[in-house]
Ligand binder design. Structure first.
Ligand code: UD1
Length: 416
């Protein structure tokens, strides 16, 4: 079992290039199925979740090949439409294969994704949208049996702007006859990235990034080459690392406009952040200040995925900050671990109150989930002494190589 050893209390200086976005590449890998062709994905992050998506594609009869950071997927040989329970359990977002499989094969059999470490993760919106597009879906024994001899475009209204449901329905709508309009769609930048990929492959989709997405279905798609956007949550994590430890860092390739709510909080806390087309520079020299309440919300609100890392940075601030988690029920599991390091954080329902302390101390802590694990790394960089972090399989789901990147930023980190 690997662990990260982090010696805290060092001012960070250095630069690193931000990896491609996990939450873009996963739906794009599912979308590759629709092309029935070869797609080349440049700047593709090498992550556990990407490996899981590749294993699903291979189990369906596709092939995949890495050259450097380019992943080539050939979906011409796809000849199955069943994903085993074992593969489905590797990652909750495997449900995004449902739309493309139905669209390409007219059938799909997947196990129900169930809950995860963040709490219940229902997919009712995915299923009701697919039913409206013409799919017949039966649920039995934890399996979903889906059939659609033909999908037809229609008007879909999402009860909440779910990222996964928006993506799944966009992908299914590409294979439906006629026009589909998705209202109250999620507006996350990764959805725009998915639209850009599909457009490169010949699809006719408009509106991603707004609440209304229109898909003209039934077009024959083809392969192509695509470079996905930089990962905005990895960017947020490394900005928080500099904020927690103090530092002057440069994140090459990072884009600020998709991260404006996070940089606004960090600026309010006292960080000096400048962005241009090459990347984002961040300087933090003083102890951070507490900030106005941080409330997570669908994009363009404050991202739930950045809540833990920003909380870790503010654990050592002057003053108090209130967090309100509005997306997931169980997203404060990192709090107990931060408290082991000396943080003063009280949780009540969806609210967490962080009273900044002057000093955190290194301790043995365990990652409880992907971003919670990243938060422990952030806190460790600002803590006195050595922190030992276990449960790295969570962190590896979303960070290519945390130790490599933090070392490039001047931290003392070893993976043992
Ligand atoms: C995606 C991201 C995840 C991020 C989340 C919210 C990927 C691979 N994952 O997850 O990192 O934290 O967006 O920004 O892109 N819901 C329902 N019914 C549904 C679908 C969702 O009730 O059918 C609820 C969920 O329980 C949750 C909320 O809607 O409370 C938001 O979930 P959703 O936007 O779907 O998140 P994911 O796509 O799972």
């Amino acid at each position: 079992m690997s662990e990260l050893l982090i010696q805290g209390g060092r001012f960070l200086t250095g630069e690193t290039t931000v990896q491609g976005a996990k939450n873009s590449i996963l739906p794009i890998l599912a979308a590759a199925i629709l092309t029935g062709d070869t797609v080349e994905l440049e700047h593709c992050p090498r992550l556990r979740d990407v490996d899981s998506a590749v294993r699903i594609l291979e189990a369906l009869g596709c092939t995949a090949d890495w050259r450097g950071d380019t992943l080539t997927v050939d979906t011409r040989g796809l000849d199955r439409c069943t994903v085993s329970d074992e593969l489905m359990r590797l990652m909750r977002s495997s449900s995004v294969f449902l739309g493309p499989l139905l669209s390409r094969c007219g059938a799909a059999e997947l196990s129900y994704p169930g809950g995860c470490e963040l709490g219940p993760r229902p997919i009712d919106l995915h299923l009701s949208g697919l039913r409206q597009l013409g799919a017949e879906i039966r649920e039995s024994g934890g399996m979903l049996h889906c059939q659609a001899s033909r999908l037809h475009g229609c008007e879909l209204l999402l009860a909440i702007p779910s990222v996964g449901a928006t993506e799944n329905l966009m992908l299914a709508a590409c294979g439906a006859e006629g026009v589909t309009v998705i209202s109250n769609a999620a507006r996350e930048p990764e959805i725009e990235d998915l639209q850009n990929f599909l457009t490169t492959c010949g699809a006719d989709i408009r509106g991603a990034g707004t609440s209304t997405i229109t898909v003209q279905g039934g077009r024959t798609l083809h392969g192509g080459t695509y470079r996905c956007m930089p990962d905005r949550i990895v960017t947020a994590t490394y900005l928080c690392a500099a904020a927690a430890a103090g530092g002057l860092i440069f994140l090459r390739g990072a884009q600020e406009q998709q991260l404006a709510t996070v940089t606004a909080v960090l600026r309010q806390a006292g960080c000096d952040i400048c962005a241009d087309s090459a990347g984002i520079a961040c300087r933090c020299e003083e102890r951070l200040r507490g900030v106005q309440p941080v409330r997570t919300a669908p994009y363009p609100g404050f991202p739930t995925d950045a809540q833990a890392v920003v909380m870790a940075a503010l654990a050592r601030s002057r003053g108090t900050t209130v967090f309100e988690e509005n997306i997931f029920e169980n997203r404060y599991r990192h709090v107990d671990e931060l408290c082991r390091m000396g943080a003063d954080i009280r949780v009540s329902g969806r609210t967490a109150v962080v009273t900044g302390v002057e000093r955190l101390s290194g301790a043995s802590v365990r990652s409880t989930d992907l971003r919670g694990g990243a938060a422990l790394c952030v806190a460790a960089l600002g803590a006195a002494g050595e922190t030992r972090i276990s449960g790295l399989h969570h962190i590896d789901r979303g960070y290519e190589d945390m130790a490599r990147d933090l070392t490039a930023l001047g931290a003392q980190v070893t993976r043992i």
